[in-house]
Design a protein around this ligand. Sequence first.
Ligand code: S3P
Length: 175
Amino acid sequence: MTEGRRHLVLVGLMGAGKTTVGKRCAQLLGRSFVDTDAVVETATGKTVAEIFFEEGEARFRELERDAVADVCASPEPLVIGCGGGAVLDPTTPRPLPAVGLVVWLQASPPVLGRRVGRDRTRPLLGGSPEAVLERLATLRAPAYEAASDEVVDTDGRTVDEVADAVIRKLHAWTG
Ligand code: S3P
């Protein structure tokens, strides 16, 4: 493993399974799981939705960037679930691959919509969640691709199957 590249980092759209798969991977690897949204919420004492509505998306992105930087600086090897938009920060895609193995969890927009379409905690998903997810998938694909080392498809797979696929990639990478 390259010196300094210690974390397992999961990126992808809302509903890709970063938190559920990340927690399962952490359990299997005996590591801690850290979700950058949770770090922002703890730091501010507000939910992601409250930050979006009260302070705006731009402020949330600043807080998210700081959270990603703090979590990645941890000397303890972690499993990190990055909020779906974290890779959009121009300073994030390049440092991200330098901190660990970055796996892009992919799913088709209809599947993402079924998983999180009714979830009111995600402020970007108002109106027509599936249309939003479709648009974000197209818009963000280049950023996810640039930020990740590996891709794992999650459509039609259970959490355990996806976690196993991710861990196989980690083992292949660490040798
Ligand atoms: C967002 C994804 C969310 C959260 C916020 C914005 C995005 O995280 O950070 O609602 O821009 O894709 P999850 O991907 O963990 O749902």
